[in-house]
Write a protein that binds this ligand. Sequence first.
Ligand code: DX5
Ligand code: ZN
Length: 229
Amino acid sequence: MSKTFRIAPSILSANFAKLGQEVTDVIASGADIIHFDVMDNHYVPNLTIGPLVCESLRPVTDAFIDVHLMVKPVDRIIPDFAKAGANMITFHPEASEHIDRSLALIRECGCKAGLVFNPGTSLHYLDHVMDKLDMILLMSVNPGFGGQKFIPETLNKIRAVRERINASGRDIWLEVDGGVKIDNIAEVARAGADVFVAGSAVFGAGKDSDAHRYDSVIAALRAELAGVA
Ligand code: DX5
Ligand code: ZN
C-alpha cells in the first residue's frame, strides 16, 4: 500500500490582503492542509496572526487547519484556537511549563495535538508523551520567518523520529517545516516525513498567474512524492 503524503502550504507566505481567497485557491489546487503560523514577538522575533484570523477563515474552507504555535506561554491561547476552528494544535515543548498538561488541554478542547522541535531542540521531550501525540513537527529552519534555507542536519533527525514513531506502533504524523521545495521534498519524504509544510515554495509560485494558480507547483511537489516508495 502506498504511503499517504500530505502537503500543507503555510499561509505565512500568502497575500494577507486576500487571505480567504488564497486559502480557497490553494485547497482547490490540491493542497491537503492549511498550515497556520502563530508568532508572538516573544518566543520568536516576529508577529503574525491569532485566533481571530482562524475564526474568519473557518467558514471559508472545510480544510484541516494545522495551527503551529510559536508562542510563550502556550496554554492560555489553546482554547481560543479550538473555538476558532483549529483541527490540530502544535507547540514547542520548551515554551510550555507543563508539556503533558498542554497536550491534554489541546485534546480536551477537541483538537489533535503535536509537539514541535527546533533544529537545536533535543528529542528527549518525546520520552514520556508519545501516547498523547497525533503529530511530531520537525523544524528544518529556525522558527520566525518564511523563505529560509533547509538545514540538512534535519534529515538525520527525521530518520530518528521515524524510528521512534514506528517503534511506538501509533499513527503519528511526521511533519517537516522550513525550506521544503520541489527539489528536496523527495529527500525529506525518503527520510520518513509524511506531512510537508511549504510556504514560499507554494505561495511564491503563483504571484503572477491566474486563478487556481497553485495547481502546477502542487502537482510538481506531488510528482516528486510519487517517486518515493
Ligand atoms: C517558520 C514557519 C514556517 C514557514 C515555512 O517559522 O513555521 O511554516 O512559514 O516557510 P517556507 O516554506 O518558506 O520555509
Ligand atoms: Zn510553521
